[in-house]
Ligand binder design. Structure first.
Ligand SMILES: *Cc1c(COP(=O)(O)O)cnc(C)c1O
Length: 359
C-alpha cells in the first residue's frame, strides 16, 4: 500500500469465515496493528485474540451501552448520525476518556454516512466537543470498486470525498486519517489509498473480482498472482455405496444412475455452507481426482460420484476448497459453480466448523 499507510485489517463476518480468534494472531504475526470490525461483539473477539495492543475500529452497529464500552476500551468507531455524535460527547465526558471517532460521510454509496446538509452541524459539534473527541478519521465507502462498470460512480465518489475533506479543513477540523479504500479500490485506484486502507478480502488471498485481478496483473489466472489463499476446507468420506442402473440418488428424482455407480457420502451439506445450488453440479477432490456432486445437497450430507476413483474408503480426505495432490479447487471456481461471490461463500462458512492453523 506504500510507506506510512495505516493498514486496517477488516475482520467482519468472522474474519471472512476464517475465524477471528485464529486470524488475528496470524495477522499480528505478519505485522498488522489495526483491525476493522462491523460490530462490538466482533471488536470484543479481536480484543481477546490480540496480544499486540492493536487498534480496533467498529464500522457499523453500536448500541448506546456498547458505545460506553468502546470509549472505555479506547476502541475507535464510526459515527454517521448526529445523535451518536452527541451521545459520544456526553458519554466521553461522563467517563473522562476521549471518544475515538471516525466521521463517515455519504458520497454516493447510500448506506450509512452524513449527508451534505448535516456537515455544518457535524463540524460545529466536532469543535465544541473537541475536549472529549479524538477525530481519528474522515471516511467513506465506494459502491463497487471491484467492477469496471462502476468506474464513473467511483470517480465521482472520490471527487465528492475530496470536496468534503476540503470543507472540513477550511472549517478548522482535521482528521488524523483519511480513508476510503477497501481491497478493490486500493488495488485499482491508487489515489484512494490516502492515509489508511481497510482491506478485507485481499488479505485472505482472494480477489474482489476477476476484473480487479485483470486490472492489476493484466491476466486472468490468479494462480501465480501475488495473493495466496489462506483457507482450505476439508472433510472425510462418511460412507461408500454401490448403486444399480436406474436407481435414484437422494431426495427426489434429480439424479438417476445411467450405469452401475459407486458413490461416496460426505458429512457436509447446506447447513455447513455447502450451497444447495451445488446439487448435481458441484465438485470436490478425492484421492486427487475431481468428482461430481450427484443428487441434491441436503442439510448435512452430499453425495459424490466416485465410480472412476478406485479404493475409496470411509475416512478418506475430501477437499471442498484447496489442494489435493496436483489438483486444486479454488474458491473462484467454486463460486462460479454455485453463483456465489467469494465474499458470500466465505462469510457463510459456519462458525461451528472447527478451524485449524497448519504450518
Ligand atoms: C467490508 C468493508 C471493507 C473491506 O472490503 P473488501 O472488499 O473485503 O476489502 C472496507 N470498508 C468497509 C466499510 C467495509 O464494510
Amino acid at each position: 500500500m506504500g510507506p506510512n499507510i495505516r493498514f486496517s485489517s477488516v475482520i467482519k463476518g468472522n474474519a471472512y469465515g476464517h475465524g477471528i480468534d485464529k486470524f488475528v494472531p496470524i495477522a499480528e504475526w505478519a505485522g498488522v496493528r489495526h483491525f476493522a470490525a462491523f460490530s462490538a461483539d466482533e471488536a470484543y473477539l479481536v480484543k481477546q485474540a490480540s496480544t499486540k495492543k492493536s487498534g480496533i475500529m467498529i464500522m457499523g452497529y453500536l448500541s448506546d451501552d456498547q458505545l460506553e464500552w468502546a470509549i472505555e476500551n479506547e476502541i475507535e468507531y464510526y459515527v454517521f448520525d448526529l445523535n451518536r455524535l452527541k451521545i459520544s460527547i456526553m458519554t466521553a465526558q461522563k467517563i473522562g476518556k476521549k471518544a475515538k471517532i471516525h466521521i463517515e460521510v455519504e458520497t454516493g454509496f447510500h448506506r450509512t454516512g452524513f449527508e451534505r446538509s448535516e456537515f455544518d452541524e457535524v463540524i460545529r459539534l466536532l469543535k465544541s466537543g473537541a475536549d472529549d473527541l479524538d477525530f481519528e478519521g474522515l471516511c467513506t465507502h465506494y459502491a463497487g470498486a471491484e467492477s469496471i462498470s462502476n468506474h464513473v460512480r467511483v470517480k465521482q465518489q472520490y471527487e465528492t470525498y475530496m470536496e468534503i475533506y476540503s470543507r472540513f479543513l477550511e472549517s478548522g477540523v482535521r482528521p488524523k486519517y483519511r480513508h476510503t479504500a477497501g481491497s478493490a479500490a486500493s488495488l485499482t485506484y491508487p489515489e484512494t489509498i490516502m492515509d489508511m486502507v481497510r482491506v478485507g478480502i485481499a488479505q485472505y488471498g482472494f480477489w474482489p473480482s476477476p476484473e480487479t485481478l485483470i486490472h492489476r496483473f493484466k491476466k486472468y489466472d490468479a494462480k501465480d498472482s501475488d495473493l495466496k489463499r489462506l483457507l482450505s476446507w476439508k472433510t472425510k468420506v462418511m460412507e461408500v455405496k454401490e448403486i444399480d442402473v436406474g436407481e435414484f440418488v437422494g431426495y427426489g428424482t434429480s439424479y438417476m444412475a445411467y450405469e452401475k455407480k459407486k458413490i461416496a457420502i460426505i458429512p457436509v451439506g447446506y447447513s455447513n455452507g455447502f450451497s444447495r445450488s451445488l446439487s448435481n453440479s458441484g465438485r470436490v477432490l478425492i484421492h486427487g481426482v475431481y468428482v461430481l456432486v450427484v443428487g441434491v445437497v441436503t442439510m448435512n450430507t452430499t453425495t459424490v460420484d466416485i465410480t472412476h476413483v478406485p479404493n475409496v474408503v470411509p475416512g478418506d480426505e475430501v477437499v471442498l476448497i484447496g489442494k489435493q495432490k496436483r489438483q486444486e479447487i479454488s474458491i473462484a471456481s467454486f463460486c462460479e459453480m454455485s453463483n456465489m461471490l467469494n465474499y458470500q461463500l466465505l462469510a457463510r462458512l459456519p462458525q461451528s466448523i472447527p478451524r485449524f492453523i497448519t504450518p
